[in-house]
Design a protein around this ligand. Structure first.
Ligand SMILES: NC(=O)c1ccc[n+]([C@@H]2O[C@H](COP(=O)([O-])OP(=O)(O)OC[C@H]3O[C@@H](n4cnc5c(N)ncnc54)[C@H](O)[C@@H]3O)[C@@H](O)[C@H]2O)c1
Length: 331
């Protein structure tokens, strides 16, 4: 069951053996591969049925951090669009018991199960993925919501806290993707993997310093790119969603009132996002509508990022103009 290979050589040997390597090569898909071909035409359906079919979600999903606020909204949306099974992997599934019960009573024909899994534990992940596949028949979606935040000045972070945030947010997503991707390859089913990155993967937030979080989320973008390239031939699409400031426990509390004011004032839409506002991109990426989307990141932030980019461009243009004028005057 445990498929990961242990490291074979010491660091010194690793360097010495570089020149003797024969490197593996990626294989890309070709047009004849049914796993990457377009879906069958739906032209014979009525318009309303075509619309439903376009965003239909088929199969079973594992959702890590599945007891969290954003993940619970995503689970509901996947079920509304037709998912037949949802397995919630969370270090503490109990905190969403009420919401999970509501899902069970609203979607009676779906199988909704929780597993206490810490995404830092590779062996526990492999066992839980194998059990999920056994119980449901297959796993066709993985959504990696498990994540933690840490806001501290760069000079004050201890190595253990630095490792914790990277272990959960980045390595945890990788271990789950590796395990579920391996299962999808074994099934020859294809599938969709969605990482939950962040606007913090794209830029430095203000006012809170959070270097560990930013690095952990930035790495998810390259994880997504690399797996999208390597696993396209298996029909596994790998994408990410980058939420802006969403109204969840991560951004709650009196102590954050000043920060929340700054975040909303800088947002063109003048507010934070609601958890349900993330569900559109999630459904797109998990449904047939996303069939030709892989290696993409969808930013859902009320255009906060664009405004900051524009501000940065204006500042840079001003700086260049000043320098040019200075140059002309000197000349
Ligand atoms: N809320 C936002 O503004 C925002 C913005 C950008 C990105 N995100 C990301 O979205 C994801 C969900 O955030 P949320 O706002 O719903 O927060 P949340 O705290 O409600 O959800 C996170 C979930 O992850 C679980 N978890 C934490 N450590 C774990 C571990 N080691 N193993 C398994 N599960 C673990 C928690 O128990 C929790 O249920 C996170 O990855 C977060 O970084 C959130």
């Amino acid at each position: 069951m445990y498929f990961r290979k242990p490291a074979k050589v010491s660091e010194a040997d690793a360097r010495n053996s570089l020149t003797a390597r024969i490197i593996p090569e990626m294989v890309l898909s070709d047009g004849a591969n049914p796993l990457t071909a377009p879906l069958p035409s739906t032209n014979d359906l009525q318009p309303a049925d075509r619309a439903i079919k376009r965003f239909a979600v088929e199969g079973n999903a594992i959702i890590t951090g599945g007891a969290g606020s954003l993940a619970q909204e995503a689970a509901r949306a996947l079920l509304e669009h037709g998912a037949s099974g949802i397995f919630i992997f969370d270090v503490n599934p109990a905190h969403a018991q009420q919401s999970i019960d509501a899902l069970r009573s609203d979607f009676l024909s779906a199988k909704i199960t929780t597993k206490a899994v810490d995404v830092r534990d590779a062996q526990a992940i492999d066992v839980a993925v194998a059990e999920t596949a056994d119980e449901l028949g297959n796993v066709t979606m993985l959504l990696c919501f498990a994540g933690v935040v840490d806001t501290r000045h760069a000079t004050e972070i201890g190595v253990e806290d630095w490792k914790r945030i990277l272990d959960i947010n980045t390595t945890g997503s990788w271990l789950c993707a590796q395990s579920v991707g391996t299962q999808m390859i074994k099934q020859s089913s294809g599938g969709s993997i969605v990482f939950i990155a962040s606007i913090s993967a794209h830029r430095v937030n203000f006012p809170q310093p959070q270097i560990g979080y930013n690095v952990s989320k930035g790495a998810l973008l390259q994880l997504k790119n690399s797996l999208a390239a390597e696993w396209a031939r298996y029909g596994i699409r790998v994408n990410s969603v980058s939420p802006g400031y969403m109204d969840t426990i991560l951004n709650e509390g009196e102590g954050l009132a000043r920060a929340r004011k700054i975040w909303t004032e800088r947002n063109p839409m003048g507010r934070m996002g609601q958890p349900a506002e993330l569900t559109g991109p999630v459904v797109l990426l998990c449904s047939g509508a996303g069939r030709y989307i892989t290696g993409a990141d969808i930013v859902v932030d009320g255009k906060l990022q664009r405004v900051l980019s524009v501000q940065l461009c204006i500042a840079l243009t001003g700086e260049l103009w000043n320098r040019r004028c200075g140059f002309i005057l000197k000349w």
